[in-house]
Design a protein around this ligand. Structure first.
Ligand code: ADP
Length: 391
């Protein structure tokens, strides 16, 4: 069964074509909106590069589909990662006009992501026709298990009746890493305490106790929690009142600065890409150093905050662009928890680990690097749903 998966991140648009049940990846593509580069990797290892140029988001996606799809009518099912599913969606769902309206309604809570997700749905509907079933997989679904004390903000009680609560994001990745951690450690998930750091352009942490997520750093929107590529993470809300009142900000200005002009990019003035921050820091750029120092400081603080709720820790897990690739970030974080008996094996850490335990044998806490596989998870669900539907 040929399954297409679309995954629009905040800085990238990934698409993958799978063949199931073999779990074979036939091609995948990534558009990096920051650099304007399109990369398509074929199953035989050939890599093709192009630039976005003057194409819009939808045009870029249509262009990728028309240049990679030799037989479009072979596609039996399409899965879309959708960032915000609100309180309504705790499970994957078949995409209908009503589901699309709900996703559009939730765009005000995830303005970078949900509109991009909807565009992806429109493009595939136009390209493959409406007969091909499409499913939505929500990043928020995994966090429906959050206990009230972690998900309800201590504002007036009426807020939570209006739906203002912590939803959490990156759920597909956190759920995958949770399961994969149990596999790698060869332990029963029901006896594990995990802290999972999803560090991409967007960043979030989840605390997992015995297979249930009990806390996470992203909140009502993907702005909360850790410092990110272009988002600040948690802020004193008094700053927003000050900017509105004293600096006459409009809500649009606030939204733009919080989503696109903050975080690593805002502080460094250089880039949202941590690689560029690290390299500028090495060359003595002081704002790059400050951006990196804040990033690490906030990461340490939030991991610390999760520890108490879990009552200890069995494994600290790193995933996504930064978590999988930056040995310096992993090392700085792990070294700050040495007092708990956590010992990183620095040789393993430097050796491009993938799905591997990189703690020393004597460490009291395991450290895992896991390649997140959001697209494969979505493809597998699509296969299961479609197979059930056909029987
Ligand atoms: P998205 O949130 O858009 O899905 P990814 O998970 O692909 O993003 O992560 C992208 C980020 O990963 C980039 O912005 C870059 O900062 C970071 N990254 C990738 N490789 C490295 C590396 N070797 N060192 C540091 N950061 C890296």
């Amino acid at each position: 069964m040929k399954i297409l998966v679309l995954n629009a991140g905040s800085s990238t648009q990934k698409s993958s074509l799978y063949n199931f049940p073999q779990r074979q990846l036939l091609w995948n593509s990534m558009v990096d909106w920051t650099s304007g580069e399109i990369t398509v990797k074929l199953a035989n290892g050939i890599e093709l590069k192009q630039t976005v140029g003057s194409r819009s988001r939808s045009e870029t996606l249509s262009h990728i589909l028309s240049s990679t799809m030799e037989k479009p009518d072979e596609i039996e099912v399409i899965g879309h990662r959708i960032v915000h599913g609100g309180r309504k969606y705790s499970e994957p769902i078949a995409i209908t006009e009503e589901v699309k309206r709900e996703i559009a309604k939730l765009s005000s809570l995830a303005p970078i992501h949900n509109p991009a997700n909807l565009e992806g749905i429109e493009v595939t509907e136009n390209f493959f026709g409406k007969k091909v079933p499409q499913y939505a997989f929500f990043d928020t679904a995994f966090f429906h298990s959050l206990p009230d004390e972690a998900s309800i903000y201590p504002g007036p009680y009426a807020w939570q009746e209006k739906g203002i609560r912590r939803y959490g994001f990156h759920g597909i990745s956190h759920e995958y890493c949770m399961q994969r951690s149990a596999d790698i450690l060869n332990r029963n998930l029901n006896t594990l305490r995990l802290i999972i750091c999803h560090l991409g352009n967007g960043c979030s942490i989840s605390a997992i106790l015995n297979g249930r997520c009990i806390d996470t750093t992203m909140g009502f929107t993907p702005l909360d929690g850790l410092m990110m590529g272009t988002r600040p993470g948690s802020l004193d809300p008094g700053i927003l009142i000050y900017l509105l009142r004293q600096e006459n900000y409009t809500s649009e200005q606030l939204e733009h600065e919080l989503n696109y002009e903050s975080g690593l990019k805002g502080i460094s003035g250089i880039s949202s890409d941590l690689r560029q921050i690290i390299s500028a820091n090495k060359q003595g750029n002081l704002r790059a150093k400050l951006a990196f120092d804040i990033y690490i400081h906030r990461l340490r603080s939030f991991i610390g905050a999760m520890l108490a709720g879990l009552g200890g820790l069995d494994a600290l897990v790193f995933t996504a662009g930064v978590g999988e690739n930056s040995s310096i970030v992993r090392s700085l974080i792990c070294d700050s928890f040495k007092f708990l008996g956590l010992e990183l094996d620095h040789r393993l850490n430097e050796n491009h680990p993938v799905d591997q335990d990189i703690a020393t044998t004597t460490s009291s806490i395991r450290v895992l690097v896991i390649k997140t596989e959001e697209d494969l998870v979505i493809a597998k669900y699509c296969y299961d749903i479609q197979t059930r539907a056909l029987h």
